[in-house]
Design a protein around this ligand. Structure first.
Ligand SMILES: Cc1ncc(C[n+]2csc(CCOP(=O)(O)OP(=O)(O)O)c2C)c(N)n1
Ligand SMILES: [Mg+2]
Length: 212
């Protein structure tokens, strides 16, 4: 015991608040520039998806990230890795080995399947809640991925069950070369019509046991 706080409690708190290496806008831009150069020199024999223009927004978002939180991301994950305090050397090695599209680490998972990580992230968030963990899940998705039924259902489930997960929608307005909003968003209302009715029969059957 120390000042009325048990050692175990103190360790847990300290662990929870462990400092994360701060990375500046300049540092993360320079990392991507170096990767771009290596790509140009044909040293990376697989596709790469670089980030840029979203540094300040992400630095703000990562102020709320705590060591021990989980991250799920996409094929465009270099900034997420770096801003969560992970090693640039490890990331560079993964990229040079052709794994930029599926960077992987402890509590850091990515997939190139658009929206594919959302249900996995949701499951982890449910487990964290059941275990009473103080940590949360950060799930990064693009603006087009956010339009997928799968992702929408996960967002709905997470908010309905009050799960410790935040879906960060990284909206660059594009799905590859298609402009996301006119392609996906604006037509939705035009093809929707809703009416309400009170059920007469139950979901199945007629509301009585029937012996066949
Ligand atoms: C299930 C699936 N469908 C299609 C693709 C092909 N694809 C790769 S990126 C992409 C667009 C994603 O756009 P967005 O979610 O806005 O992310 P951004 O690349 O703009 O960050 C598509 C359709 C894929 N990888 N996975
Ligand atoms: Mg996009």
């Amino acid at each position: 015991m120390w000042l009325g706080i048990s050692r175990r409690c103190l360790n847990t708190r300290l662990k929870g608040n462990m400092r994360i290496k701060n990375r500046t806008k300049k540092e993360i831009i320079e990392f991507e520039e170096e990767i771009a150069k290596q790509y140009e020199q044909a040293k990376i024999r697989s596709p790469i998806h670089l980030s840029g223009g979203n540094e300040e927004e992400l630095i703000k978002i990562f102020k709320d990230y705590r060591k021990g939180d989980w991250i799920f991301s996409t094929y465009r994950s270099h900034y997420h890795w770096l801003l969560s305090g992970r090693s640039p050397q490890d990331l560079r090695k993964q990229i040079l080995n052709g794994h930029s599209m599926h960077v992987y680490g402890k509590k850091f998972f990515t997939s190139s399947i658009v929206g594919g990580v959302a249900p996995i992230a949701l499951g982890v968030a449910l487990a964290l809640k059941k275990k009473g963990s103080s940590h949360k899940v950060w799930c990064f998705v693009g603006d087009m991925a956010a339009e997928c039924g799968l992702v929408k259902e996960c967002i709905r489930y997470a908010s309905g069950h009050n799960l410790p997960i935040i879906f960060v929608i990284e909206d660059n307005g594009y799905s590859v070369r298609a402009i996301t909003r006119p392609t996906w968003g604006e037509h939705r209302a035009k093809v929707t019509r809703r009416y309400r009715y009170k059920r007469h029969y139950p979901h199945a059957g007629i509301g009585k046991y029937v012996m066949f």
